[in-house]
Design a protein around this ligand. Sequence first.
Ligand SMILES: [Zn+2]
Ligand SMILES: [Zn+2]
Length: 162
Amino acid sequence: MPLAVHTHLMSAWGMPEIEKPLVDAQARCACGGVVVAVHGRVLSMMLCACEDCQKATGAGHSALAVFRAGDVRIEGDTRSFVRPSNSGATLTRWFCPTCGTPLCGGSSRMAAITIVPVGLLGGGADWYRPNQLIFARSHHEWDIVDAALPRWQTYRDEGGRG
Ligand SMILES: [Zn+2]
Ligand SMILES: [Zn+2]
């Protein structure tokens, strides 16, 4: 792993090395057709209340963990949905074409990372401790989130604390 990439990710996702759990987990989508295996250190953990996550989960926010792209392996038939973000990057979300389970996501702006919805990992996610809520601008009051959690209007690195 190149050190430069690592440093960039540290500043972008703002998580001290010591808080990063080492994850070794494997899970299947609801129908069993796709296997997702994660082996590596978590770069960041966050709740995301963007409108896309709300539609993908049917809930008020998604619970996400960020990994190096090479630390996430996906086997099986998948389909993806691509959309432009406000910042100009392209966001891609992969899911199982049979059961619709969200598998992972990524941004063209940060090709070195893969974002995993932790609910996918089931009991293999007991290490999960989200430390921020992003896209608070579209968060709904009915969706109860720990008030002590730092909130950002969009991404942490774009400021706009709210
Ligand atoms: Zn499936
Ligand atoms: Zn989101």
